[in-house]
Write a protein that binds this ligand. Structure first.
Ligand SMILES: Nc1ncnc2c1ncn2[C@@H]1O[C@H](COP(=O)(O)OP(=O)(O)OP(=O)(O)O)[C@@H](O)[C@H]1O
Ligand SMILES: [Mg+2]
Length: 256
């Protein structure tokens, strides 16, 4: 199987502090790869580095990022804007703050379409509703007309996923997509990821602090500890016989 994403020796610094140190891993096409680690271990920073959205205070000091066979490490801002959404997209950790509070969900998803494609209003609307339905929302019309604060946490998370897939990317980075949801809604979102992989062939990088989530859906796992890869491999193998003490601590902390 070829890899949709290869991260090679990625290091990111904030002043003299190393946020990521020599991080390398590959994401096979159509796979679900879990990135797991404690708070502050650098999970979100990896996602932002892939998208070229590191905060100004951070700097990539080393490493390469290859997406779909193309080295995107030195892509310009304009090249990255073209890639974001249509090639690789991210569903952010805080759906409430990621959405604009004064625009309807439909208008925001529509903007994403228009950022990449020069299509008519009718097509934008069709694409928006189709993406909401693909994200498992039955009453897509109502959700499209709603403002973010009018939706439940689960629906907002689905709307965020709809926005991330509306331009049919090959890779979705989902940052803590289930941590703010109740167990029942968590399960439904995880089922949605499996369905999107099956129906769209989407590869997913699933960022989470929860090894239970990794166990449920991930094929591969990368365990991150203080900005470094502690261990990685097939999720089943890593979770059933962890080689690293840090992974064992995470498993024990969750009673797994
Ligand atoms: N904008 C920023 N300015 C300064 N420091 C930051 C910024 N964003 C992240 N950091 C720091 O970088 C480190 C890695 O943060 P990151 O958000 O990637 O961790 P994380 O694994 O996603 O954590 P969490 O599970 O809490 O979301 C942390 O020490 C954090 O305090
Ligand atoms: Mg984070």
């Amino acid at each position: 199987m070829t890899d949709i994403l290869c991260i090679q020796h990625l290091s990111v610094s904030l002043g003299h502090t190393r946020i990521l140190r020599d991080v390398s891993f590959d994401v096979p096409q159509g796979s679900i790869t879990g990135i797991v680690g404690g708070s502050g271990s650098g999970k979100t920073t990896i996602g932002l580095a892939i998208l070229g959205l590191l905060p100004d205070v951070m700097e990539r000091t080393d490493g390469r990022i290859v997406f779909d066979g193309q080295d995107i490490t030195d892509h310009s801002g304009q090249q990255m804007r073209a890639l974001r959404g249509a090639g690789v997209s991210m569903a952010f950790q805080e759906p409430m703050s990621a959405f604009n509070p004064v625009m309807t969900i439909g208008a925001q998803i529509g903007e994403t379409v228009l950022a990449h494609e020069n299509v008519s209003g009718t097509i934008v609307r069709e694409r928006t509703l189709a993406a909401l339905r693909s994200a498992g929302i039955n009453d897509a019309q109502r959700v499209a007309a709603a403002y973010p604060f009018e939706l439940s946490g689960g629906l907002r998370q689905r709307a965020m996923i709809a926005q991330a897939i509306v331009c049919r990317p090959k890779l979705l980075i989902a940052d803590e997509p289930t941590s703010s949801l109740d167990v029942n809604t968590q399960d439904k979102i995880l089922d949605l990821f499996k369905e999107l992989r099956r129906s769209l062939g989407l590869a997913i990088v699933l960022v989470t602090h929860d090894l239970g989530v990794v166990r449920r859906v991930a094929d591969e796992v990368v365990v991150l500890c203080k900005g470094e890869v502690a261990e990685q491999g097939k999720a089943e193998a890593v979770l059933s016989s962890p080689r690293c003490g840090y992974t064992r601590t995470l498993l024990e902390a969750e009673g797994l």
